[in-house]
Design a protein around this ligand. Structure first.
Ligand code: GLA
Length: 336
C-alpha cells in the first residue's frame, strides 16, 4: 500500500492595481493577493485525482495520465486536469475544495484554483516554477494564451504588500500598501464574454507590433509613434505607457500619494479603453459612476477586459459596494 499523506493547501485570488495586458510581452504589473482564495484539503492516495467542490456542481475525477484537459467535464475540472497534465504526479488525491473568489469577475479564481491544486498534488519547486506550471495548465485547460501575472500574483504575494512584477525576469519588488489607501473591487454587472478569442487577438497584435519595433518592454513612446499601422500603434502605445504607469504607481504607493496613484489608474483605464480597446460601455459606465463618488481617486478596468470587475483606489471607507481588497499572503501548503 502507498503511504497516505494529509494535505491542506491555499492559494489566493488577486487584484492588479495597474499593468494590464503587459505580462504577455514581458512587461510590468502591480498585483497584490486578496484574502479570498481556494482551499484544497485531502489525501495523496490512489491513482486518480478526485475532488469535490462546495461551490460548483460535479466532481473532478481525473486519471493521472489525462491527455486532453480541455475536454473533460465538469468544465471547472479542466483546470485540475491541466495541472495534472503539467505536473504528472505519481500518486492520486482524494479531497474537496472551497473557494470564496468570485468567478468570472477578473480576480483570478482560476489561477487560485490551479495554484492550490498544484501545491496539493505535491509541486515542490520555487514560486516561479509553480506559477509557470499553473500558467501552462491554464493554457491547456482553456486554449487561451494567458500570461503569468495571475499565477505569480497568487504564488508570490506578500501580506500587506503589492509588488512590481517584471514578467520578463520574473523579478519582484514588494511595496507596502499604506493604511490610508483602500483598494476596492466592484463588479460591472457584465459577465466577461469573448475573452478567449479577443485575448489571443490582442496578444497577436502586440507580437505584430514587436516585429516592427522590437520588444515592447524595451520600446519608448517615440519608437511606437513610428509604427505605420494605426491599430498596431495604438496597441503598442498602451503597452509602453502602461509599463511606465506601473513604475509611477509603485512610487505613488511608496509615498502614500493616493491622488497620484488615482490619476495613474484613471489614465490606465483610458488607455485600455481607447488604445487597447478591451473595455465595454457597461464597464466604462461603472468606472465613471464610481469615479464621481467623493473620496474615490481613481478607477480602472481590471484584468483581461470585456466585462468583469473594476478596481478603485479610495480614501478609507469612501465606497460601500463591492469588495474591500486587503493585501493578503501568497499561496501555502501544509503536509503531514
Ligand atoms: C488575464 C490573463 C493575464 C493578463 C491579464 C491582463 O487575466 O490571464 O495573464 O494578461 O488578463 O493583464
Amino acid at each position: 500500500m502507498e503511504p497516505v499523506t494529509d494535505v491542506h493547501a491555499f492559494a489566493p485570488g488577486r487584484v492588479n492595481l495597474i499593468g494590464d495586458h503587459t505580462d504577455h510581452t514581458g512587461g510590468l504589473c502591480l498585483p497584490m493577493a486578496v484574502s479570498m482564495g481556494v482551499t484544497v484539503r485531502g489525501r495523496r492516495e490512489g491513482d486518480r485525482i478526485v475532488l469535490s467542490s462546495s461551490v460548483v456542481r460535479g466532481t473532478s475525477d481525473i486519471p493521472l495520465d489525462v491527455t486532453s484537459p480541455a475536454t473533460v467535464e465538469p468544465s471547472w475540472s479542466r483546470y485540475v486536469a491541466g495541472v495534472v497534465a503539467e505536473l504528472r504526479p505519481t500518486v492520486g488525491f482524494t479531497g474537496g475544495l472551497r473557494s470564496d473568489v468570485p468567478v468570472g469577475a477578473g480576480m483570478s479564481s482560476s489561477a487560485a484554483l490551479t495554484v492550490a491544486v498544484a501545491l496539493a498534488l505535491g509541486h515542490d519547486g520555487d514560486v516561479e516554477a509553480l506559477a509557470r506550471t499553473c500558467q501552462l495548465a491554464e493554457q491547456r485547460a482553456t486554449g487561451v494564451p494567458c500570461g503569468i501575472l495571475d499565477q505569480l500574483a497568487s504564488a508570490a504575494a506578500r501580506e500587506g504588500h503589492a509588488f512590481v512584477l517584471d514578467c520578463h525576469t520574473l523579478e519582484r519588488t514588494h511595496v507596502p500598501v499604506p493604511d490610508g489607501i483602500e483598494v476596492r473591487v466592484v463588479h460591472s454587472g457584465q459577465e466577461r464574454t469573448l475573452v478567449g478569442s479577443a485575448y489571443a487577438e490582442r496578444r497577436a497584435q502586440c507580437e505584430a507590433a514587436e516585429s516592427v519595433v522590437g520588444p515592447l518592454r524595451l520600446a519608448g513612446v517615440t519608437d511606437v509613434d513610428a509604427i505605420e499601422d494605426p491599430l498596431l500603434r495604438r496597441r503598442a502605445r498602451h503597452v509602453v505607457t502602461e509599463n511606465q504607469r506601473v513604475l509611477d504607481a509603485a512610487e505613488a504607493l511608496r509615498a502614500g500619494d493616493l491622488e497620484a496613484l488615482g490619476a495613474l489608474l484613471d489614465e490606465g483605464h483610458r488607455s485600455l479603453r481607447d488604445d487597447f480597446e478591451v473595455s465595454t460601455p457597461v464597464v466604462d459606465a461603472t468606472v465613471e459612476r464610481l469615479r464621481a463618488q467623493p473620496g474615490v481617486h481613481g478607477v480602472r478596468l481590471m484584468g483581461g477586459g470585456f466585462g468583469g470587475c473594476v478596481v478603485a483606489v479610495t480614501e478609507p471607507g469612501a465606497l460601500d459596494e463591492g469588495w474591500h481588497a486587503r493585501p493578503g499572503p501568497g499561496a501555502w501548503v501544509e503536509v503531514g
